[in-house]
Design a protein around this ligand. Structure first.
Ligand code: SF4
Length: 343
């Protein structure tokens, strides 16, 4: 059976070719054609010997994504719904601004973690994405948006990236590969709901990428309500793993904190947050909750003002963010939900 050539890292392809008594530099040539010259046909790889091209054609193929739907929001956020080879669907979101073109990629079909505020969590888990299915999200959108190019990648779409650890980290290796796409490591961010052992493991790999953690609460009792993963890895264990990660990496860890009306915006929350974040280099993003159909409601403006003032008083640094792509439901999982309802 033919293998998908884009499931390989450069090191993996070198090893595979060596096992077939093929020269290691062949892997470099193939990477150059696929990721720098964007070839999707072995026939046109003109600096590779004819019989080697025949071997490649007989043993490998190029996977691709099928665009099923594309929407553009008033704030220019673009959402792509892609079909996979097995008929499953994933979504990818492009968030443009003046300085950056950020691509938010999915890492799984569905998600196991059932965060209360997330539509992806309500649809169950189907499977991990392959390395190629992650890379293809980047390739499709980057090709489509030319001459602009993607500058940043965040693993913040459908799925928990650290639950698909090996494929996500291999996809990152392909994205960063100097002989290929050569995306700067500081331009790649993994966002996690808080899988403590994998956060520590990621630190040990020292890939040089950034980590973002969905915190959203200042006590275990609160966080248990929002994120069932907290029952397995409560705040103390999570913060220990983050401190361990921070010892191996240079960039501050980003904490995401969704502001929910009457739930996590009290003075006591600000005080507890200042204690929690004390010993970690961090950035914090505050994001006003923007759905009111589920269990929680968006915060009032006065509530946001009082909470941010309290954070300042406690010496907590933060950036107040605006949700993007609201009119096209670009929060994770919602496009897939729309699609599934219509299919
Ligand atoms: S927020 Fe992330 S981890 Fe939580 S249910 Fe949604 S996709 Fe899964």
């Amino acid at each position: 059976m033919k293998e998908d050539i884009k499931t390989y890292t450069l090191a993996g392809l070198k090893e595979h070719f060596a096992g077939q008594s093929l020269p290691r530099f062949l892997a470099q040539q193939v990477f150059d054609w696929i990721y720098k010259k964007r070839a999707e046909d072995f026939e046109i790889m003109s600096n590779i010997a004819r019989d080697t091209r025949v071997f490649l054609k007989e043993n490998f193929y190029f996977s691709s994504l099928k665009l099923c739907k594309q929407e553009i929001s008033r704030d220019r956020t673009e959402k792509f719904l892609f079909g996979l080879e097995d008929g499953a669907h994933i979504e990818t979101v492009l968030i443009p601004d003046e300085a950056r073109q950020t691509l938010c990629v999915s890492s799984q079909v569905g998600c196991k973690f059932s965060c209360t505020f997330c539509m992806s969590g309500t649809r169950g888990f189907k499977r991990n994405l392959k390395v190629s299915e992650i890379i293809n999200q980047y390739l499709y959108v980057n090709d489509a948006m030319a001459p602009r190019t993607i500058t940043n990648i965040v693993f913040m779409g459908i799925g928990e990236p650290l639950d698909n650890f090996s494929n996500v980290t291999d996809a990152i290796r392909v994205l960063m590969e100097p002989k290929g796409l050569h995306l700067g490591k500081r331009r790649i961010t993994i966002s996690t709901c808080g899988l403590a052992p994998e956060i520590a493991k990621l630190g040990e790999l020292a890939l040089g990428i950034k980590l973002s953690v969905s915190l959203h609460a200042s006590t275990d009792a609160q966080r248990d309500q929002l994120m069932p993963v907290n029952k397995k890895y409560p705040l103390a264990e999570l913060m220990n793993a983050i401190k361990y990660f921070a010892r191996h990496e240079v960039y501050p860890v980003t904490f995401e904190y969704v502001l929910i009306k009457g739930f996590n915006t009290a003075k006591d929350d600000a005080v507890r947050l200042s204690k929690l974040l004390k010993s970690v280099p961090y950035k914090m993003n505050l994001i006003p909750y923007n759905l009111s159909s589920l269990k929680f409601a968006p915060p009032l403006n006065a509530e946001i003002a009082a909470f941010t003032q309290e954070l300042k008083d406690q010496g907590v640094f933060f950036t107040l963010r605006k949700p993007r792509g609201q009119d096209i439901a670009a929060a994770c999982g919602q496009l897939r939900a729309d699609w599934s309802n219509k299919a």
